[in-house]
Design a protein around this ligand. Sequence first.
Ligand SMILES: NC(=O)C1=CN([C@@H]2O[C@H](COP(=O)(O)OP(=O)(O)OC[C@H]3O[C@@H](n4cnc5c(N)ncnc54)[C@H](OP(=O)(O)O)[C@@H]3O)[C@@H](O)[C@H]2O)C=CC1
Ligand SMILES: O=C(O)[C@@H]1CCC=N1
Length: 270
Amino acid sequence: MTIRFGLIGGGVMGEALLSRLLVHGIYQPSEVIVSEPLLARQGFLQQQYDVTVTADNSSVFALASEVVFLAVKPQVFSAMAQELAGILEAAYSPLVISILAGVSLNQLEGAFPQLPVIRAMPNTPATVGAGITAMCLGAYTNTKHQQIAQQIFSAVGEVVEVSETLMDAVTGLSGSGPAYVALMVEALADGGVAAGLPRGIANQLALQTVLGTARLLEESKIHPAELKDRVTSPGGTTIAGVAQLERAGFRSALIEAVRAAAQRSQELGK
Ligand SMILES: NC(=O)C1=CN([C@@H]2O[C@H](COP(=O)(O)OP(=O)(O)OC[C@H]3O[C@@H](n4cnc5c(N)ncnc54)[C@H](OP(=O)(O)O)[C@@H]3O)[C@@H](O)[C@H]2O)C=CC1
Ligand SMILES: O=C(O)[C@@H]1CCC=N1
């Protein structure tokens, strides 16, 4: 069977995307090639997903007819682009999809001249099909390319299209956001333990509180402030907790976290 999908960088995000694409049957294992420097990792991916593996990035471009998906760290982008410069042949014309934080369409189009390029930012809930991806289209893309990217990212969750000027902000919010939420779940459980709960029960209460609240907000479409008002009984427990969060600068801390991550995304592209 022809190889249609090439993945460069089979790490955390690369594997998350790959596994969902295979589960959804968007690509068959025989249609996929993955490039990875580590032999042990190559062996794992080959055994786990039955895909072709290589350490040679140029062969991914040579073989993948439809999509080359970049999932290496932004810090190795220049070295990778230099290694490929001059090797890529004019005959290669896959759609290049990059999920590298901070790396701009301009940089991608400089590295892959004339190729259709899409810059995207998924997030780790993609692993369980509950991700959200923001994407923006490069100059050489057409409707077919947009549909291919839409299909790929729909396999791992929701998809929104944004202007490239918003991609660093997206990275700071939804790209990095799962870490903030995970910290919050951990800290809530710690609070429960501090208040006397056994660890297992505290973990379960913390996780289900976050899941349930997110689901309630999604299904009811009420504003988060209104939900907060509904939980806070006059003179009750919740307002005591909220007042403490305000004293500790909880909201400000989250706002600044998103801004710092967006700023870091900007720096990674320089
Ligand atoms: N993790 C996340 O939540 C998200 C990450 N991203 C983006 O996804 C990208 C990957 O992140 P993540 O999966 O976390 O990182 P990982 O380090 O887990 O994955 C990167 C993979 O690329 C491999 N690699 C390194 N150099 C090369 C090379 N020259 N050619 C081919 N493969 C190479 C690495 O191998 P080795 O380990 O041997 O170096 C590793 O397996 C980043 O650009 C990040 O910005 C985007 C959205 C969310
Ligand atoms: O931390 C990072 O740089 C990557 C990008 C978004 C999430 N993880």
